[in-house]
Design a binder for this molecule. Structure first.
Ligand SMILES: C[S@@+](CC[C@H](N)C(=O)[O-])C[C@H]1O[C@@H](n2cnc3c(N)ncnc32)[C@H](O)[C@@H]1O
Length: 268
């Protein structure tokens, strides 16, 4: 178990699909089609695949061979159940932290969604190096969507919003199994490291824009944020309870916008 439940991944998937930058997604697919030989399906390796939401988001006329990598067996079993009969899908139970042992043989595109804010700067550097090295034989690109950028905007506003956000962003930087997490710096770190490694990097914003129709997801988000910040010394526990109550009472009529960044790094 990774702490990411099927229920939570299901809840966020529609907001993720709406948020993804469509131009970048299409550019990634176009590049895959251009770089592929006619006799072999291009191999796409999705890191931190969960139940396969990146596969679903990149569903296309171009047949792809998917390798889904995650350290959560329950999520991979669910991905296999959903796609194993209709798509060319292989699941790999592995810890991503060891970049050199990732199952990247024959890969054309590495993908990751809602993952790289969990990883460390060292991980991104090791991944760029690995893809650069593999790219000497065949070009390898990276498409990464929904990297949290540290911004959250609520309506109606509450006096504790900013304090909660700052505490949440501090929690986002704690070690999630890869060393100190990049959290809100993931997008800028990926852009810098992959540019320095010689990739052409394209980026675009991909915010969640959540309204009444997303109330179940917003409720879960409020509970998750409150859990993450509950130990923060600068937040009074009664004030946090009031914030949570206020936020839950506005999930039907209020809004919540959470910033993300999508990136596409292509070898030049
Ligand atoms: C926020 S979820 C995103 C899942 C999926 N990409 C999506 O967009 O629905 C992060 C995923 O990364 C996986 N993960 C986190 N740390 C990992 C690690 N060290 N090794 C392998 N997978 C990991 C989790 O199990 C989870 O499936």
């Amino acid at each position: 178990m990774s702490g990411f439940s099927i229920d939570w991944l299901n809840l966020r998937e529609d907001a993720d699909r709406r948020a993804r930058d469509q131009a970048l997604r299409e550019r990634a697919l176009r590049w895959l089609a251009e770089e592929s030989s006619s006799d072999q399906e291009p191999v796409v390796v999705d890191l931190g695949a969960g139940t396969g939401s990146t596969l679903r988001a990149l569903s296309t006329q171009v047949p792809l061979s998917w390798r889904l990598v995650d350290n959560d067996k329950t999520l991979l079993t669910e991905a296999q159940r959903r796609h194993g009969r209709t798509q060319n899908v292989e699941t790999c139970l592995a810890d991503l932290a060891d970049v050199e042992t990732l199952p990247l043989d024959g890969v054309r595109l590495v993908t990751a969604s809602a993952l790289f804010d969990l990883v460390s700067a060292n991980f991104i550097e090791a991944l760029a190096k690995e893809l650069k090295t593999r790219g000497r034989q065949n070009p390898v690109g990276l498409y990464t969507a929904l990297n949290y950028d540290g911004t959250t905007h609520w309506t109606p506003a509450h006096p504790l919003d900013e304090v909660v956000l700052q505490a949440f962003n501090r929690d986002q930087r704690k070690d999630k199994g890869f060393g100190p997490a990049l959290g809100p710096d993931a997008g800028s770190a990926i852009a810098r490291v992959f540019s320095e490694a010689g990739f052409e990097v394209h980026s675009a914003t991909s915010p969640w824009v959540l309204e009444g129709a997303d109330q179940h997801m917003v409720s879960a988000l409020i509970t998750g944020i409150a859990g993450a910040v509950s130990d923060s010394p600068e937040i009074d526990s009664q004030a946090l309870k009031d914030w949570v109550r206020f936020r839950h009472s506005n999930v039907q009529t209020g809004t919540c916008t959470v910033g993300h960044i999508d990136l596409l790094a292509l070898p030049v």
